[in-house]
Design a protein around this ligand. Structure first.
Ligand code: SAM
Length: 349
């Protein structure tokens, strides 16, 4: 990977292909469906599991922030989509939220979900919010803010950053938007597929793809992978099928270091799951969110044992989860990692 760095630096700015509009169109087209339709999906439990990971992560960081600095919490939800995390922000009792995404339809759905929440909430305690449609890999978000000088305690970027690793310039712009306005001591958190996990899953077949009945990864070209523009298609149930780009995590750390960010935690979903399940609160949340239920699974699928190639999850805890999360879903979910970075105090820069 490293050998290609210089080459990437030269070519990234010259590249003519740009998948931004494809990504925006794809997410704009995705329909919001009700719980009943969602529950029929082969990846129903995986979605719940991903949601649980985000809930635990967001909850813990908000606790952390409050411990270190009481007072209002301002959050940037970068790549907010349709507002899937709005409830988490309400539960976390934040004071202001900036929701931004490249897909206009998603931002509008996010806004109307928020308006709905506001109507239904009888207290005036609900956070204030603003909504911005913008390509965060191409332009600075700050001139678009209601208060262009606003700073954040937290930026949350869930399942987004990998779209920007198409070129160095785009990744840099995305990460700058994520971190430039975080106050010292504030956090940058997120989830993304791990290039390492993507690449190591078996030797690539002749058609450069692998997967199972719920997901498929199809690489545009085989190894060696470039640091930027290492394109693959990740499809879930044949649904999410837009170009994504491998994120080589050590590279992202280096880029974030330049923005004054220090790595606090990086954990594969499997490790995160194993660790957080020890806490009864997180366990019961997982149960409530419907990714950890009694055997057999609601659709009659049986838990299967795995050979352990997908992480460090012990057989016992994995099997309990596989009671609802099928092995195929687990294989897809465990490609992802969770990260937490913190803005350093100016003196330590
Ligand atoms: N964060 C949301 C969640 O966890 O439910 C949505 C995740 S969805 C997998 C990825 C989101 O990233 C989409 O809403 C997409 O439009 C957005 N996105 C991709 N590239 C982007 C860019 N350059 N700028 C802003 N948003 C982008």
């Amino acid at each position: 990977l490293k050998g290609k760095h210089e080459e990437d630096k030269e070519t990234s700015s010259k590249k003519s292909c740009d998948h931004s509009s494809e990504v925006a169109q794809h997410y704009n087209r995705l329909q919001e469906v009700g719980l009943e339709v969602r529950s029929q999906s082969r990846i129903f439990y995986m979605r719940n599991f991903n949601n649980w990971v985000k809930s635990v992560l967001i909850g813990e960081i908000l606790d952390q922030l409050r411990k270190s600095k009481p007072g209002p919490v301002r959050v940037l939800d970068l790549g907010c989509g349709k507002g899937g995390d709005l409830l988490k922000w309400r539960r976390g009792n934040i004071s202001h939220l900036v929701c931004t995404d490249i897909a206009e339809v998603s931002v509008e759905q996010c806004r109307s979900r928020y308006e709905d929440m506001k109507r239904k909430s009888h207290s005036s305690d609900l956070f204030t919010a603003e909504f911005i449609t913008a390509d965060a890999a191409k332009e600075s978000l700050w001139p678009r803010l209601e208060d262009p000088a606003l700073t954040f305690d937290l930026c949350s970027c869930q399942f987004v950053v990998h779209y920007s690793f198409e070129t160095q310039a785009k990744a840099e712009t995305m990460l700058r938007n994520a971190c430039e306005r975080i106050r010292p001591g504030g956090y940058f958190i997120g989830t993304t597929p791990d290039a390492y996990e993507l690449a190591k899953r078996g030797s690539l077949s002749e058609d450069l793809s692998y997967g199972n009945e719920v997901f498929k990864v199809r690489f545009k070209s085989g190894p060696p992978f470039s640091l930027f523009g290492a394109e693959y298609h990740f499809s879930l149930e044949g649904v999410v099928d837009v170009p994504e780009f491998m994120v080589y995590f050590p590279l992202m750390c280096r880029m974030l270091e330049k923005l004054g960010m220090r790595l606090i935690m990086k954990s594969r979903f499997s490790e995160f799951f194993e660790e957080k399940l020890k806490d009864e609160r997180h366990r019961s949340l997982l149960q409530k969110m419907g990714a950890l239920e009694a055997f057999p699974a609601a659709d009659g699928r049986q838990a299967t044992t795995s050979d352990g190639e997908y992480g460090h999850v012990t057989t016992e805890s994995r099997d309990r989860t596989l009671g609802t999360l099928s092995r195929s879903e687990w294989e897809a979910a465990s490609i992802y990692l969770v990260y937490v970075f913190q803005k350093m105090e100016p003196a330590s820069l």
